[in-house]
Design a protein around this ligand. Sequence first.
Ligand code: SAH
Ligand code: DHB
Ligand code: MG
Length: 221
Amino acid sequence: MDLQERWSAVDAYIESKIVGEDSALRAAAEASVKAGLPTIAVTPAQGKLLNILAKSIGATRMLEIGTLGGYSTIWLARALPQAGKLITLEVNPKHADVARQNIARAGLESKVDMRIAAALDSLPVLAQERHVFDFVFIDADKQNISAYFDWSLRVTRSGSLILIDNVVREGEIIDAESRDVNVQGVRQMYDRLSGETRVTATAVQTVGSKKYDGFVLAVVN
Ligand code: SAH
Ligand code: DHB
Ligand code: MG
């Protein structure tokens, strides 16, 4: 068994024992594949991690940047109390369409507000609308990741949690000479976070069915 096979097998084991991906989540993943969306949603175990983190801070207002088919959206929105709300930003109308159906199937349409536009166009609107989010999940294009972090600081409060996906990229992020715009985008985010006194941040490396990657976790001071 090579390493990737082992990581995937362990993810399958963990999922079978404790994650509890239900039929609405499975249907969301299946509908996304069927519609030809890229298979880059968080894994079930990662989705549950988002859910647990959001629950553990009692988040009632959440922001997600990068919806895709709504798989992570469903995990996050399920952590909300009755009157809780999640705003999710997606630029691709086809992705948004699939997400809307998946979110409806999961019975979460009343909690989820999807804004279909480039995130850098929606974020100033959210700031204008004076939203204050308890939890932000940054998971759209990687080129603008540090701009998304800047905006996140403007629409959060002390104690809010900011999570950023795909911050390791199979270890490529330590290659300063990388020609990959995604890698350079992630590196800019680390430079941006380096010495930022308004948050307390770390990164965790992850392996599993989505290869080798990681999350940044930052709490607003
Ligand atoms: N969070 C999802 C995966 C998101 S994939 C999950 O885990 O289930 C990244 C998504 O970001 C894609 O759907 C892509 O269309 C979207 N995206 C890319 N650039 C964007 C931009 N500038 N503004 C908003 N969304 C963007
Ligand atoms: C890519 C984007 C993601 O958000 C992800 O989780 C994995 C891969 C990508 O653009 O390659
Ligand atoms: Mg991602």
